[in-house]
Ligand binder design. Structure first.
Ligand code: ZN
Length: 158
């Protein structure tokens, strides 16, 4: 760290402490040249998760966009905005395991699994938009496999 008074790089940290409710750290430093004291703040670089689209393009993960696409699938369905918030938050938490990039298909699958528990119509709408099925058979196959998974999960719960 360069001393703001004399420009020397020869300094020491006297004290480090986290700033409450943030991930920042405040450090008291002293310059070994001019002996003056100063304070620095350190915070982690904000990590932006990139979504890999099916055509390999990347775009930053956008919470609002996911929210809007779920809301579209839930039009005139008994799904509250709180529920949509919850789905988005859960998906967001689950994909935070990915360090830099996450395939859009992962986000789609996670969202679908949650919608399946909530509302079948919303699930089917979301699935048809998200997966862009080539034909009805592909769609039915997907639906069956998810349904099977879902039933398995429910049996385990009981
Ligand atoms: Zn100095």
């Amino acid at each position: 760290m360069k001393c703001p008074f004399c420009g020397s790089f020869d300094g020491q940290v006297l004290d480090s402490r986290p700033i409450e409710h943030t991930s920042a750290i405040r450090r008291r430093r002293q310059c070994n040249q001019c002996k003056k004291r100063y304070t620095t703040y350190e915070r982690p670089e904000e990590v932006i998760l990139m979504v890999i689209k099916s055509d390999n393009r990347r775009e930053p993960f956008d919470r609002k966009k996911l929210w809007a696409s779920i809301a579209r699938a839930c039009v005139k369905r008994p799904v509250s905005t709180e529920t949509i918030d919850k789905i988005v938050s859960e998906v967001e938490t689950e994909i935070s395991d990915y360090i830099m990039e996450v395939p859009s298909s992962v986000i789609g699958q996670k969202t679908l699994q949650k919608l399946l528990d909530i509302d079948t119509v919303a699930y089917i709408r979301f699935a048809s938009v998200y997966n862009n099925f080539a034909d009805v058979n592909d769609f039915m196959k997907e639906l069956k496999s998810l349904k099977k998974e879902h039933d398995k999960k429910n049996i385990k719960k009981k």
